[in-house]
Structure formats: C-alpha cells, structure tokens
Design a protein around this ligand. Structure first.
Ligand code: PEP
Ligand code: MG
Length: 537
C-alpha cells in the first residue's frame, strides 16, 4: 500500500512499524468519571505501574545485580507510600482528574526531596518523578509509550518536543506523524535528530508490526511494499550514504563562495551531545543553542550547577569555537510541566521568550549565572529570544551585569560573553537600528519572523504552503535588519529554517548575512552548496 504524505525531513527508513498510543495531555484535564470512579481508575493504574516496576526489578536482578535492582525496589516502595497515596487520593476525592492528581503530588514530593540537605535524599526527587510518570502512563493506557523494544518506524497522531527528546534515537528508523507543522518546534527537533519524517498521514492500528518503507524526501510511505519498491529505496539509502561520504571533504574547510566571500556555517543544537556531532560535521560554531529543550520534559527547571555542566559540555565539545546560548524561550507551545505562566488564551502572542524571563527574574537569574560561570570553558555568547523593544534588552543586560557582580562578590569565576538579540518579531526588525546600539550581534529567527509578519501560526499544519518565509515582506525585514546591523558594525547571523533552504542561500548572502546556522545534518551540504555560488553574478 502506497500513501502520499508531506515530506518533512529527508532520508529513507526501512523496517517494522510501531504505532504509538496517544500522549498524555498536559495542563488541567477533566476527570473521566465521578470521584469514586476516578479512585478506582487510580488504583488500577497504580497496580499496573507496580506490576511493571516489579518486573523491572526482577529483570535488573537477573541481568545486572542487586544494586541496580534496588532502584526499582525503591520505586515499588514509593508506589506504596502512604503519604503519597493519601495526597493523590485526597485530590481525586476533591474532584480532580487522576492523572493531574498524580502529576501534582509527584511535583510536590519531588520538590520536597530536592529541598533536603542530604545529597542522597535530594537525588530521590528524580525517582519520585519517574514513579509519577509511570503511574500516569499506566492510567492513560500509555505505559512504556516511548520505550521501544527494537528499531522501528514510529507512527503517531502527534508528538511533543519533550517526547522526541526522550526517544532513543538509534531505535527510531523513521517517523510518520499525522499533525506536525513544518516549522513547529517538534519539526525542528526531528531535523536536528536527522530523522526521516513524513507528516499528514493518519496512522492505523493495524499497521503495527508491518514492514514499511518511508521516503522523507518525497513524503511517501509504503506499508508492506512490493519487492521492487523495497529494492529501489534500499538503493536510494545507499546512494545517500555515498553522498554523505563525499561531503566529508568539506568538513575542515571554511565555506567560501567562488568569488571569495567567506561565510560562517554554524549549527543549531538542542542538547550538549549535539555539539560534538556539530563539530564532527564541520560546523564553525553553534549559532543557536535552544536551551529550553533541556528542561521541557523535566518536572523541575535544572538548577544552576546542572545548567553549568550542560553548557560546559557544549562549549568544550566545540573546542574554542563560539557557542551562542539562547536564554530560555519557553511559554507558548514550549511549556514545561513546572511552568505555570505562558499558557494564555493566545500563547504565541503571550508571555514567551524574553518577556517571560523578565517576568520571572529568579528563573532568568539562574540561567544567566550558569552561562557566566560556564563561559570560561570555551567561547560563549548569549542571546535573547522574541525581543520586541530596546527596553527589554536593556533590562536583560542590567540583570546580566547584576549576576556578574554577585558572582564576583561570591568569589566565583564569570567569563566574558557577547550579548546578541534575536530578530524574530517585525518590531525588532523595524527597530534594528535602535537594537543594534544595545546588542553585540543579531541573529534573525525566520521561523517566528514569518509567523508574526504574516500573522500565520507556524504550528498550524493547515497553513503549510501559505506560511511562507519567502514572502517579500519577510525578505524585506531581513534586508533591513542586515543593513541596520552592518551600519552599526554588528555581525548579522540567520538561524531560522530559511538558512537551510538552499534555494535562498545566494539571496541571503547577497543581502549580506554573515552567518547561517542550520540543523546539524544540513551543515556539510550547506558548506558544499556555498562553495558553488558566485555572488557577483
Ligand atoms: C526562529 O524563530 O526562527 C528561531 C530560530 O527560533 P525558534 O525556531 O526556536 O523559535
Ligand atoms: Mg523563534
């Protein structure tokens, strides 16, 4: 059976299909029955979670040893803990939904562990979170939703950015998603993971286990393909591997056009491990480190020390090349479970990016301190997302300087960092001259710039084809930003998905863009492409 979806991320995948059950909905959910029925459901879920944990305990004892098995024994004990059970049951009796009650109690208990002095007990917070997750999965019939036994092509209605991060990459051959817009954050991650992906197809439960072939370049999915289709796609996969090998020649060369313009080609990353990959692919720096992905699927925002370790890993992996750490761009479609704010009626226009950071200075301070403290381990820069006024940049820089002074007073080292501004709202592009006085560099975020210029939701799959970063209004804002940035002696980078659109490379470089930052998997091809261009033609 041949199905025609929309291509999202190129690459060929061949293997068995695994259909993922629907994910848990974040936020407040309505109870599925009366409190008595919810209590019954709650208990059933707990028993299922307990069975699973007991199974994990026996398996660990057999394969690993007593110490490892004890982890699961502890999880079983937590699922029997009277205080935890009573807290959850109490919320359910008061009319809350079972899943929400488990999540909220889990967060409260994890926070209590985290506040303890004893480092061993502090670490138990992660165990409570794990138990809460298992219980919730058991409740919604999703137990082990993301645990893959063997490599497979995953098919699902929807998948959240946090879930994508939780996947074991080597077990995911390809992805078929019914609802995913091309410039959504989930789409950005699939590209970062170089995961062959087709969207717009409705998965069917009876595909489970069937052999399939997927072509992320054409958007085709073949369920139980004929032999000749299978052979053709196998050959295509082989040819793609060959091209990848040839591209390696560009790894250690700078990207230079035929008429001699040297262009910096950098990588966008969402996790420190990707920095090592970016380096191996010949990226000349990290132009965008989306730090929010470090905390999206956590029950708590990573603390200062944890953040330092994460940034340090990325900085060290880049061996002295610049890493632009973007401060948390949360709110809107990227709301971690621990965040109350940013879930307004109209989230894309709500408390997001720098606005949210300035409203939650404690959270912002934590990250700024971590970036300053990690900076001595490499060449760090930071930048602020979704800026729409010079006042926001001044306020953010003032807080940065206060953090620096605090660290000095505490005798802790703080490195030098350049401070950049993302140009991703029409206001920022139109005020680029003003903003250039406050910023050391610009980075144009064409994904949001397109969304806000055209007033088209980048998350909405129904707008695919209409949401158009090539629109003359978007290009005019890019042109003005580069012009104003250069007039004030600022470097102008571009880190939105348009940077990886090779049909636009020449136009962007002719406008004067100094740096293109693209998903890791695109770096080599873009370097090769730049070397074929003559900007004087
Ligand atoms: C952008 O908006 O173009 C951008 C790079 O940021 P993000 O995609 O993370 O919103
Ligand atoms: Mg953006």
């Amino acid at each position: 059976m041949k199905l025609a979806g929309r291509p999202l991320c190129p690459g060929v995948a061949l293997g068995p299909i695994h259909v993922l059950p629907e994910a848990e909905k974040p936020g407040k959910n309505a109870p599925k029955g009366t409190p008595a029925e919810e209590l019954e459901r709650l208990e059933l879920g707990r028993q299922r979670a307990l069975d699973r944990v007991n199974g994990q305990q026996s398996a660990a004892l057999e394969k690993l040893g007593k110490e490892e098995a004890d982890i699961f024994r502890l999880h079983a004990l937590m699922l029997e803990d009277r205080d935890l059970l009573e807290t959850v049951r109490c919320a359910v009796r008061a009319g809350a939904c079972a899943e929400d009650s488990v999540r909220e109690a889990g967060e409260t208990f994890a926070a209590a562990f985290r506040a303890l002095e004893d480092p061993y007990l502090r670490e138990r917070a992660a165990d409570v979170e794990e138990v809460s997750r298992l219980w919730r999965e058991a409740l919604s019939g999703n137990l082990g939703r993301l645990e893959l036994g063997k490599p497979a092509i995953l098919c699902t209605g929807e998948i959240a950015p946090g879930e994508l991060i939780a996947l074991e990459r080597e077990k995911v051959l390809g992805l078929v998603v019914e609802r995913m817009a091309s410039d959504s954050h989930a789409a950005i991650l699939t590209r970062a993971m170089a995961l062959p992906t087709v969207v717009g197809l409705v998965p069917r439960m009876d595909w489970e286990g069937a052999f399939a072939a997927l072509d992320g370049e054409t958007g085709e999915l073949y369920v139980t393909p004929e032999e000749k289709v299978r052979d053709r796609l196998m050959e295509k996969a082989q040819a793609q591997r060959k091209i990848q090998t040839e591209l390696v020649a560009f790894r250690d060369r700078p990207a230079c056009t035929r008429d001699g313009r040297v262009v910096s080609v950098c990588a966008n990353i969402a996790a420190p491990e990707e920095a090592a990959l970016a380096r191996r692919e010949g990226a000349q720096g990290v132009g965008l480190f989306r730090t929010e992905f470090l905390c999206l699927n956590k029950e708590q925002c990573p603390g200062e020390e944890e953040q330092i370790a994460l940034y340090r890993r990325a900085l060290e992996a880049m061996e002295g090349r610049r890493v632009v750490i973007r401060t948390l761009d949360i709110g809107g479609d990227k709301c971690p479970p621990w965040l109350e704010a940013g879930r307004g009626e109209n989230p894309a226009l709500g408390l997001r990016g720098i606005r949210l950071s300035l409203k939650q200075p404690e959270l912002f301070r934590l990250q700024l301190r971590a970036i300053l403290r990690a900076a001595p381990y490499g060449k760090a820069a930071l930048m602020f997302p979704l800026v729409s006024s010079a006042q926001e940049v001044r306020a953010a820089r003032a807080l940065l300087e206060r953090c620096r002074a605090e660290l000095e007073a505490e005798g802790l080292p703080a490195g030098e960092v350049e401070v950049g501004v993302m140009i991703e709202t029409p206001a920022a592009a139109l005020m680029a001259g003003e903003l250039a006085k406050e910023a050391d560099f610009f980075s144009i975020g064409t994904n949001d710039l397109t969304q806000y210029t055209l007033a088209m939701d980048r998350q909405d799959p129904e707008l695919d084809g209409m949401y158009d970063p090539h629109h003359p209004a978007v290009l005019e804002l890019i042109r003005r930003t580069v012009e104003e940035g250069h007039r004030h002696g600022r470097r102008v980078a571009l880190c939105g998905q348009l940077g990886a659109d090779r049909s636009m490379t020449k136009t962007l470089l002719q406008m004067g863009v100094d740096e293109l930052s693209v998903p890791v998997g695109e770096v080599l091809e873009l370097k090769a492409h730049v070397s074929t261009l003559d900007l004087s033609e």
